[in-house]
Design a protein around this ligand. Structure first.
Ligand code: GN1
Ligand code: MG
Length: 360
């Protein structure tokens, strides 16, 4: 992004005085994010990806509903909203491109967390989020990406990409395709849960770097990446935490031999997530949480591989085979989660009051 374009965006935000410097920021896969420094004030500038999010007005509508419900003291962390531009809007269009600016929240983001109390704090924060918006009718939320976590649909998209691949299908790719095809039993469970569990207001993108910790990781300062907030199942939110926290390596790791579930961190996640929600979740929802770990790891592995086969049109990549590698990474974690079902079940049983059914 060039300075001239930034200056153009900034004309819509008279509160931000001139003399701005900027640098690339964060490790998100969808939007392009920059840190702006204007004198002593810092901001986040984002070029919004409207190929992925086709309904930006739904995002604004959802956030407006949530903010009208949120009262001081309901959450002890921030949910940073975009600044309103001079027309009172959250998005600023420059030609065909959309931008927004957020207040900068101090703290740190992590792609991987090892400290168990930090794992617990992250899970508790995402559970607190669900609790805070329990009274908001999930029907009042618009789908910002329809069928975002619909596993059956993601399998269809995957099968389509196999029929018309934009890359050469090597043995390695073929093995990976075979692995994900063998995980289809997760779709049956998905359908069962979809027919029985309540929809709630969920975050839907709870990967660990969508949370800002205080520098020493002792508390959560903010939950970010709020574009996917809509109606969902709690197992989506718990599951993406499992995927990105309860693993010995992060999503981008190529240390194949080291990737496995970390049961200590898994236990910390259960403990943190369960506490705020223990009087809220019914028995089946509690039982669905561990399914969420497998399902969300599967769906991300599947989506990375689908994007690789489609010629990398969705996720930002920094090298050619990155989506292939991300998918391979998720495959190893998914296998490890499956292999450790008995131990995970044990952990859940120790923390939750009555034994819950798992991955029926
Ligand atoms: C994307 O925007 P970011 O990087 O937080 C993606 C998530 C995936 C994640 C995988 C809208 O999240 O669904 O879990 O990458 N967001 C969208 O790292 O597709
Ligand atoms: Mg992000």
């Amino acid at each position: 992004m060039d300075k001239q374009l930034i200056d153009q965006v900034l004309t819509a935000y008279p509160v931000i005085k001139s003399g701005v410097s900027f640098s690339r920021f964060g490790s998100g896969h969808i939007h392009s994010t920059y840190r702006l420094q204007a004198g002593s004030s810092a901001y986040i500038l984002q070029e919004f990806n409207d190929r992925v999010f086709k309904y930006p007005e739904r995002i604004s509508a959802n956030l407006t509903v949530l903010y009208s419900h949120l009262k001081p003291g309901m959450l002890d962390f921030e949910l940073p909203l975009p600044l309103q531009n001079k027309d009172g809007k959250m998005f600023t269009a420059i030609g065909e491109r959309l931008f927004r600016i957020f207040p900068f929240v101090e703290g740190v983001t992590k792609d991987k967390v090892d400290d168990l109390s930090a794992c617990r704090a992250a899970a508790a924060a995402f559970a607190d989020f669900v609790v805070a918006f329990l009274a908001v009718d999930s029907d009042s939320m618009r789908d910002t990406i329809p069928d975002f976590h619909n596993l059956a649909l993601r399998y269809e998209q995957f099968e389509n990409s196999i029929r018309n691949p934009q890359v050469r299908i090597t043995q390695e790719v073929e093995d990976l395709i075979g692995f994900y095809q063998s995980q289809r039993d997760l779709v049956d469970t998905y359908r069962q849960y979809k027919s029985s569990l309540p929809l709630r207001v969920t975050h839907n993108d709870t990967k660990i770097n969508n949370l800002i910790y205080q520098e020493d990781l002792s508390r959560v300062n903010a939950l970010i990446d709020l574009d996917t907030i809509m109606a969902g199942y709690v197992f989506y939110d718990f599951g993406d935490l499992v995927r990105t926290v309860a693993c010995s390596e992060d999503e981008s790791s190529l240390n194949w031999d080291s990737i496995q579930v970390d049961l200590g961190k898994y236990g910390a996640l259960i403990a943190g997530f369960f506490q705020p929600l223990k009087d809220v979740l019914d028995r089946d929802e509690m039982g669905s949480l561990t399914y969420g770990g497998e399902m969300m790891t599967c769906i991300m592995g599947l989506r990375f591989l689908t994007d690789y086969l489609n010629g990398n049109v969705y996720y930002h990549i920094s090298y050619e085979n990155q989506n292939l590698h991300r998918s391979k990474n998720q495959r190893i974690l998914l296998q490890s989660l499956r292999d450790h079902r008995p131990q995970i079940q044990q952990l859940v049983g120790d923390i939750m009051p009555t034994p819950k059914r798992m991955n029926t």
